[in-house]
Design a protein around this ligand. Structure first.
Ligand code: AMP
Length: 143
């Protein structure tokens, strides 16, 4: 069984503005920002503003908003990184591979044959994350 939502998680802190993030997109219901330990260049996370732990406790209307933003960001990341494809990942509970307990979808733009970086991954340079966020924002703005 899932535990209750705990608002001390790192993504809740990003939503409250208590810690910084390289944001790429925001609307009333969702936020997208760069993963701080990217599996590939352009690795972006999409979260709801609503407090839910993961897919298992998230209301359907919130999920719909998060998936719509995930598609928008996936298309922009594909364009920004001239990617051949995009991997979308989402993990539920510790046994399911989840580490941060606020619902999030991973978007990974991938070149043909490109492997994801192995775990454990290092922190990316803030300058590089800022540049990647800027290219995805530019692709979003172009539509
Ligand atoms: P998971 O819960 O397994 O789906 O993965 C959580 C993801 O959050 C990992 O890919 C981390 O690199 C990422 N992450 C952890 N802390 C931060 C942070 N402060 N900003 C951005 N991404 C983060």
């Amino acid at each position: 069984m899932s535990e209750a939502y705990d608002d001390s998680n790192v993504f809740a802190k990003i939503l409250r503005g208590e810690i910084p993030a390289h944001k790429v997109y925001e609307d009333d219901a969702t936020l997208a920002f760069m993963d701080i330990m990217p599996a590939v260049d352009g690795h972006t996370l999409i979260i709801p503003k609503h407090a839910c732990r993961n897919l298992l406790d998230c209301p359907a209307d919130v999920l719909a908003a998060v998936i719509a933003t995930t598609q928008k960001v996936a298309l922009a990341a594909q364009k920004a990184f001239l990617a051949d494809g995009v991997t979308v990942q989402q993990f539920n509970e510790k046994a399911g591979g989840q580490e941060v307990f606020h619902l999030h979808f991973h978007v990974l733009p991938r070149q043909m044959g490109e492997h994801v970086r192995p775990l454990p991954r290092g922190f990316a340079e803030p300058k590089i994350l800022a540049a990647h966020a800027e290219s995805i924002r530019a692709a979003l703005a172009e539509g």
